[in-house]
Design a protein around this ligand. Structure first.
Ligand code: OVV
Length: 407
């Protein structure tokens, strides 16, 4: 971040906040309210960017991919003005037509049909993990819902499904932390995450190569798309990289935040315990209430107007997904965590052509973990203050000491 601020354009409400500062990331809700109340489009002088925090404006930006493009990066950095910190993602940091091709391949692999194939394995893993945790707890061990559950489950099932071997998987946690910090400014948080990551990047790229992927995983299916001539052999490892970048940290935080919501709303956990079919809607509501990915940026491809505000070409617009998910202009009682809500239209997976391509797998993971928990645990007792892990983009948790009261 620069020490000076950038002058506001005329006729835009100014909100002088730093969305990547510790205090903002620790209690985003109060800042999100200020941003929403200032108007559908605001100016954030500390970074010289526009911001959208209302549901209507976040939706408008994400659903006009011709005006609000992704190819110049979906973080603060404008790739038209500075080099990307890693070769651009072929799907995330791309626009049609190249985006369309990459998207079609990933959507085919991460399809509802795939979910029916992996469901029983994913459910069995969730059940056996909860069973093991209850046994360890009965033997006197303390359980941490983040370290022992939310981090363990996705790190087992997702790399298994992609076809990545078990050695060194914890590298995926460091990589995810760096990637999601890198969508923000080059602050101390990013510097610290980037420091640790060099050997990790080499490990990630090696595990995108065909010889390091099993013959029966999502990774191999990408390579088969290269065999079929849909993509080049150089593009294949880049699409595998998208799995490894976007598939682990996101679901870890999604599950950790869901566990936090349920542990801190015992009445809502009680409803889930009584009716296991609430697992899926409860996970969805926790995505609305505590969205894993808090922000994504777009870049204007031309001079344009958005809800009465003129935006110049080649300027950055940040969409506050989590703020849209608590906008009282859109949701009744948005600050109430309600597992019976059915919050269709939330922005936690984004919206439009870039909406999360892995959302069916993410939802499967959330559903089977909460179902396994609901079956075997009558109450989640918080034993200490849960600790957040601050990240420029991800609403993440570091630890959450709990007692799981067996049913
Ligand atoms: C949605 C997302 C997050 C991070 C990385 C990527 C995608 C990617 O495609 O690399």
């Amino acid at each position: 971040m620069t020490s000076s601020t950038i002058d506001a354009p005329a006729d835009v409400p100014v909100v002088d906040v730093d969305p990547f500062a510790d205090d903002f990331l620790t209690h985003p809700q109060e800042y999100h309210r200020r941003l929403r109340d200032a108007g559908p489009v605001v100016w954030i002088p500390s970074y010289g960017i526009y911001g959208c925090a209302q549901h209507v404006s976040v939706h408008a930006v994400l659903n006009d991919h011709g005006t609000f493009i992704s190819g110049a990066g979906v973080g603060l950095a404008n790739f038209n003005k500075e080099a990307p910190f890693r070769p651009k993602s072929l799907i995330l940091e791309a626009d049609p037509p190249s985006h369309t091709k990459a998207r079609a391949i990933l959507a085919r692999i991460l399809s509802p049909r795939t979910v029916t194939q992996i469901r029983s394995t994913f459910a069995a893993e969730a059940e056996s993990l909860i069973e093991r945790l209850l046994q360890r707890q009965a033997a006197g061990e303390k359980i941490d819902a983040v370290k022992d559950l939310a981090e363990v489950y996705p790190l087992k099932v997702f790399p298994d499904a992609v076809g990545v071997g078990s050695a060194g998987r914890e590298n995926l946690l460091l990589y995810g932390d760096m990637i999601f910090n890198a969508f923000g400014p080059r602050n101390e948080r990013l510097r610290k995450a980037a420091e640790k990551v060099e050997p990790v990047t080499a490990w990630i790229m090696a595990h995108c190569q065909r010889e390091n992927l099993s013959k029966d995983g999502f990774g191999e299916l990408i390579w088969q798309a290269a065999d079929a001539g849909e993509i080049t052999a150089a593009e294949a490892p880049m699409l595998v990289r998208s799995f490894l970048s976007a598939g682990v940290d996101t679901t870890i935080s999604g599950i950790a935040n869901a566990l936090f919501c349920l542990a801190s709303h015992p009445d809502q956990y009680g409803l889930l315990h009584k009716d296991h079919s609430l697992a899926r809607p409860a996970f969805e509501e926790s995505l609305r209430y505590e969205s894993s990915v808090q922000t994504f940026f777009r870049t204007t491809s031309c001079d344009t107007e958005l809800m009465g505000v003129s935006l110049p070409k080649d300027t950055k617009v940040v969409t506050f997904l989590a703020a849209a998910n608590r906008d009282e202009r859109h949701w009744p009682e948005p600050d109430r965590f309600d597992v019976q809500r059915r919050p269709a239209g939330h922005m936690a997976f984004g919206s439009g052509i870039h909406g999360c391509v892995g959302q069916v797998v993410a939802r499967l993971e959330g559903e089977v973990v909460l179902t396994a928990l609901a079956k075997r645990v009558s109450r989640i007792e918080l034993l200490g203050e849960p600790k957040r892990r601050l990240n420029n983009t991800m609403r993440a948790m570091a630890s959450m000491p709990v007692r799981l009261i067996p049913a």
